[in-house]
Design a protein around this ligand. Structure first.
Ligand code: ADP
Ligand code: MG
Length: 322
């Protein structure tokens, strides 16, 4: 099947927005929406770097979308559209494409988004999937990395380090986990759970600054601290970790550092006036996620991970590609 066949068969059915023109034109149209800003983000995932050859294609599709949805969530935007660029190695099967498209469809339905267009090409290299996602916020209300103020508290969604635990299992790190715990961690690596509803519906009511966690909690908080011109102190013991990850890596400081620097979480970390805590927890419950208060913003610079009154030596604060 050539690229036009692939597009017509697998992707055109996902292009449900009128502006996509059913993928029959050179470009798509996003109607301007008075009173709103359009928020745009792009993230790419590649085989062997962000997923494995043996991963189910529908999970790969979901990961490609969700690593972008976490960025929109962190900006307080409601996701609506995406563009999809596929670099396909020779020999991709129809079965693979059908499963991949079914994963896209499932997440389109789960998150209320639709495909606007994209590009399909062959590559000599590994499979790579680039998504550009579009969301809307009320005009001027995108939540930025800049804006944290000394006195603000720091909050994080979900649990931290699960995806890194799943990756460690794939890399054959020894463990004594139940099958359920193992599956939980592996699934968090394959399919992140960004707080899309919380981001779209509630975040901008509270957050003074926000960032999604892709490289590692400490590394990404470092970006927020730097852009905001503040220091951040995190209480190591307060960082939310799942029972499965605790069972895997234990409870000591080294386990916390590992979880906080590993990345691939696709949760969001944000700052807000501590007086908002009650409202934030109620909003989290409304969105069926957890939010945990983990630290505070101070004058100065840098991120400290504090354990028993002392800053821990975190070494490398997060994942680096180069
Ligand atoms: P061009 O020749 O301008 O590159 P294409 O032939 O690549 O155009 O694309 C034709 C149509 O199919 C366009 O509407 C494009 O957005 C869409 N398209 C191509 N690849 C994909 C894809 N992987 N996912 C979604 N839409 C795609
Ligand atoms: Mg093209």
């Amino acid at each position: 099947m050539d690229e036009f066949g692939i597009i017509a068969r697998y992707f055109a059915p996902l292009a449900t927005a009128p502006g996509s023109l059913a993928l029959t034109d050179d470009a798509a149209v996003i109607p301007a929406r008075p009173g709103c800003d359009l928020v745009v983000t792009m993230d790419q995932i590649a085989e062997e770097t962000d997923f494995f050859k043996h991963d189910p294609p529908d999970a790969v599709a979901r990961k490609a979308l969700r690593v972008n949805l976490s960025d929109l969530a962190a900006k307080g935007a409601k996701p609506e559209y995406y563009l999809l660029a596929l670099s396909l190695p020779q020999g991709m099967t129809e079965d693979w494409l059908a499963s991949f498209a079914s994963g896209l469809r499932a997440d389109q339905e789960a998150f209320g988004i639709s495909l606007l267009g994209g590009d399909t090409s062959a590559t000599e290299g590994p499979l790579a999937i680039a998504v550009t996602a579009f969301g809307f916020v009320p005009k001027g209300r995108m939540v930025k990395r800049k804006g944290a103020r000394p006195g603000d508290a720091v909050f994080v969604t979900g649990t931290i380090g699960d995806s890194a635990g799943g990756l460690a299992i794939f890399r054959r790190e020894r463990h004594a986990l139940t099958e359920e715990q193992r599956d939980y961690l592996v699934n968090r690596y394959r399919e992140p759970l960004p707080p899309v509803l919380f981001g779209a519906r509630h975040l901008r009511d509270f957050a003074t600054a926000s960032v999604d966690i892709s490289d590692g909690l400490i590394a990404d908080l470092g970006h927020l601290a730097k852009t905001s011109g503040v220091a951040i102190a995190i209480d190591a013991m307060a960082i939310p970790r799942s029972d499965a990850l605790r069972a895997f890596w234990g409870e000591d400081a080294a386990a916390i550092v590992r979880a906080a620097t590993a990345g691939d979480d696709y949760q969001i970390v944000f700052t807000a006036d501590p007086a908002c805590e009650g409202g934030i927890l109620a909003a989290a419950a409304d969105s069926r996620i957890s939010v945990t208060r983990i630290g505070q913003v101070e004058p100065g610079e840098g991120v400290a991970l504090v354990h028993q009154g002392r800053p821990l030596d975190v070494g490398r604060p997060g994942y680096r590609h180069f």
